[in-house]
Design a protein around this ligand. Structure first.
Ligand code: FES
Length: 194
């Protein structure tokens, strides 16, 4: 069975198969929801308001109870990476605006760029010196704590680890409540099916 989904206010809509997470449904319908924690339920950047069809979705996960306040839950918010479509019908979703959720790193950088461009020259210079000092301090800390050869080894291991994360890692990001189920849907950073 499938579900008709409409995103407001942009009007993107389409038919999506049951078993799909809202984050993937959004992606398929051309709606870009941020996923700062890559679908682990550790941020709230993928939050959407379910305006219609809340009963078509899986139950709230522990992560949603922890990330969304009672007020936000009462307003119909769900984390798109945690909420799965379980029944056919009609869903109307509204992405939560950036001003009402945690800012993503990308958004913070954009804000900083804007703020920086509007700073007077004196303040710009002071900020640059400050940033340079932080970077130098971090570099010094890294060198002091990590002998060069060991550092290289760690980087090698990390690169190898990153390459082999694959499916197991993607599955580990699923809400704990859904982990025993057969994988039929994709997750942020995963592969689409259906
Ligand atoms: S992407 Fe972080 S909670 Fe959904």
């Amino acid at each position: 069975m499938s579900v008709d989904i409409k995103f407001e206010p942009n009007g993107n809509q389409g038919v999506i198969a049951e078993g799909t997470y809202l984050w993937d449904a959004a992606k398929r319908l051309g709606v870009r929801l941020p996923a700062e924690c890559e679908g682990r339920g550790e941020c709230d950047t993928c939050a959407v308001i379910v305006k219609q069809g809340a009963t078509l979705l899986s139950s709230l996960t522990q992560a949603e109870r922890e990330r969304l306040s009672p007020e936000r839950l009462a307003a119909g918010e769900r984390l798109a990476c945690q909420a799965k479509i379980e029944h056919g019908g009609e869903l109307v979703l509204i992405p939560v605006p950036a001003t009402e959720r945690k800012e993503t790193a990308e958004e913070a950088l954009k804000d900083f760029r804007k703020e920086f461009s509007e700073m007077p020259l004196q303040r710009k210079l002071a900020t640059l010196v400050e940033l340079e000092a932080v970077a130098a301090f971090e570099t010094l800390g890294t060198i002091a704590n990590l002998p060069f050869t060991l550092g290289e080894k760690v980087m090698d291991v990390m690169a190898g680890f990153g390459r082999t994360l694959g499916k197991r890692d993607r599955e580990s990001r699923r809400p704990v409540e859904h982990r025993s189920q057969v994988v039929t849907e994709d997750k942020p950073g995963g592969e689409a099916k259906g």
